[in-house]
Design a protein around this ligand. Structure first.
Ligand SMILES: [Zn+2]
Ligand SMILES: [Zn+2]
Ligand SMILES: [Zn+2]
Length: 172
């Protein structure tokens, strides 16, 4: 009888230990699963970044190819220009120097109508296009340039197509 009771106590102890161990194991499994999920998320975001990077890389490569082509075109055009200049110099000695002495192009203005229609404007007043159409030719005053009046920075855009202080464009 005493032996059976002892066995029962032992069995209960074992069960308690097993339950405790299972709880511990479950906790470890939980932790591992959580860690696994975090790793999966990290892997997913790395994969995404990788595909984005490879896309960026291929875009850069494409841009580079375009640039290389443009550079080639430009150098070809430059070559042609040099040939033409040499030809001109051969025919009219001193012509090239004369051409080079001409002041570089000043800013070219674009009137409102030509700007809206996205067509070339000669910047005159009236411009040829508006004159042909028989309509008023108007120019926009550059607001950034006008800002100088208030002590602010003016217009630093060398290619600005609006009126700064030009006279004779209907704004003076
Ligand atoms: Zn125009
Ligand atoms: Zn015009
Ligand atoms: Zn301007």
């Amino acid at each position: 009888m005493a032996e059976t009771e002892g066995n029962n106590t032992l069995a209960r102890k074992l069960v308690r230990k097993m339950v405790k161990d299972r709880k511990k194991h479950n906790a470890v499994v939980d932790r591992l699963e959580k860690r696994n999920k975090t790793l999966e998320l990290e892997i997913a975001s790395l994969k995404k970044a990788e595909s984005e990077n490879s896309q960026k890389y291929s875009e850069l490569l494409k841009g580079n190819r375009v640039l290389v082509q443009q550079k080639k075109d430009l150098s070809e055009r430059n070559q042609t220009l040099e040939w033409k200049m040499a030809e001109l110099e051969r025919r009219i000695p001193g012509a090239v120097k004369e051409l080079q002495d001409i002041q570089p192009h000043t800013r070219s203005l674009i009137c409102k109508r030509c700007h809206k229609r996205r067509i070339a404007c000669d910047g005159g007043y009236s411009c040829a296009q508006c004159a042909v159409d028989g309509l008023d030719c108007e120019y926009v005053k550059c607001r950034r340039f006008d800002n100088m009046k208030y002590g602010r920075k003016g217009c630093s855009n060398a290619a600005c197509t609006q009126v700064h202080d030009e006279k004779g464009v209907g704004l003076d």
